[in-house]
Design a protein around this ligand. Structure first.
Ligand code: ZN
Length: 92
């Protein structure tokens, strides 16, 4: 089965954040994590980490994505959560 995700653009480099985004770096980091934890597998686990869908990383990234459009205060706490996830995943 082939599924097409219309929300993801060509993955060449980082995306440019929309005009209404306050914290663009946070937005970009959140999008990056959402891309790695993009969809549930047929067994119900995350395709990125295998965790129960939606996995912890995805939920934190979704929160960060929303916070990047609001005040810097919310962005700051979301950034902290996002960094915790990035550290836990330890890519490379
Ligand atoms: Zn995941």
């Amino acid at each position: 089965m082939v599924s097409v995700d219309h929300t993801v653009r060509a993955s060449s480099g980082r995306e440019t954040a929309p005009e209404d985004v306050v914290d663009r770096l946070l937005w970009q980091d959140a999008r990056e994590i959402l891309g790695r934890h993009a969809r549930p597998r047929s067994d119900g686990g995350c395709d990125g980490c295998g965790g129960a869908w939606p996995c912890h990383s995805r939920r934190v990234a979704e929160h960060a994505l929303a916070a990047s459009r609001r005040s810097w205060r919310e962005g700051w706490t979301a950034r902290h959560d996002l960094n915790s996830v990035r550290a836990a995943l330890s890519f490379n």
